[in-house]
Design a protein. Structure first.
Length: 240
C-alpha cells in the first residue's frame, strides 16, 4: 500500500524536554488517522516537524515520499494549523481567492471550489464580511475551507473543529469521509473523542511516545473499555 506519511525514529526536544521520542508511524493512502493525546503532548510539534516547519533532532519524516519543506508538493497538501493564519483586512471570499490562487487552483475551477467549501463549513452567507469581524469559530471554519481548496492528496488538520457546534461538526466529518472514500488521506488531531471513533486508526501520543496505534475497535478491545475516551483516560493512568 502507498505510504503517504512515513515517520522513522523521529526525535524532537526543546532544551531538556523530549517532545518526540523516536517516533515511528506510517500512514497509507485513503485513511483517516486520528492523533490524540493530552494538551502539551506534542501533537502540533509532531505535525510541524514532519512538515519541516520545525527541524528534527534525529530520524526522518517523509510526506508523499518527500522530505519537507518542499515547494513542489505543497499544492498536494492541505494544512490547517492550530492557530488561524488569515488576512483580517480581507473578506472571507478574498481570503479564499488569494489562498486558492496560491495553491494553484485554476481560475476556471476556483469559483466552484470556493462555493463548495464555503457550504461545507456554512460560511456561504458570510463571505463578503471582513474576517476581522468573524468570531473565533468562523475563523476556524474559514481556515478549514482554505485547507480543502484544491482537492489536496493529503489533508493535515490540527484540531479543526475547535469552537464548532456539534451539527456542523457532523457535516464536516461527512465531508472528510467523502474525501477518504475518494482515496485521499487525512491526518487529524482532535480533543473530541467522538471524532476519534470515526477514524480508520488512532495514534495515542503520550510522554513523547506513540503508545498505541490501531483501529478504534482494536484499541477498545486492547484496553478493555467501551469508548476511545476511556482508552485515552486509561492510558493516562486514570481509573475507569
Amino acid at each position: 500500500m502507498t505510504k503517504i506519511i512515513e515517520l522513522t525514529n523521529l526525535q524532537k526536544a526543546f532544551s531538556s524536554q523530549i517532545v518526540l521520542n523516536h517516533i515511528d508511524l506510517a500512514v497509507t493512502k485513503g485513511e483517516i488517522i486520528g492523533l490524540i493525546g493530552p494538551s502539551g503532548a506534542g501533537k502540533s510539534t509532531m505535525i510541524k516537524t514532519m512538515l519541516g516547519m520545525e527541524k528534527a533532532d534525529g530520524g526522518s519524516a517523509l510526506i508523499l515520499k518527500t522530505t519537507m519543506p518542499n515547494r513542489e508538493i505543497l499544492n498536494k497538501i492541505g494544512y490547517m494549523a492550530q492557530s488561524d493564519a488569515l488576512y483580517d483586512s480581507l473578506t472571507g471570499i478574498e481570503n479564499l481567492n488569494f489562498f486558492g490562487k496560491m495553491k494553484g487552483v485554476s481560475k476556471s475551477l476556483l469559483p466552484t471550489q470556493i462555493e463548495h467549501v464555503a457550504k461545507v463549513v456554512e460560511l456561504d452567507n458570510h463571505l463578503n464580511k471582513l474576517v476581522s469581524g468573524y468570531s473565533g469559530g468562523m475563523k476556524r471554519r474559514l481556515s478549514l475551507a482554505i485547507a480543502l481548496l484544491g482537492n489536496p492528496e493529503l489533508l493535515i488538520l490540527d484540531e479543526p473543529t475547535v469552537g464548532i457546534d456539534p451539527s456542523l461538526r457532523r457535516k464536516i466529518w461527512k465531508e472528510l469521509t467523502s474525501i477518504k472514500n475518494e482515496g485521499r488521506t487525512i491526518f487529524i488531531t482532535t480533543h473530541v473523542m467522538d471524532e476519534a471513533e470515526l477514524t480508520n486508526k488512532v495514534a495515542l501520543l503520550l510522554h513523547g511516545n506513540i503508545i498505541a496505534f490501531d483501529t478504534p475497535s482494536n484499541l477498545k478491545n486492547q484496553f478493555h473499555v467501551n469508548t476511545i475516551e476511556e482508552v485515552f483516560l486509561k492510558a493516562e493512568g486514570e481509573k475507569i
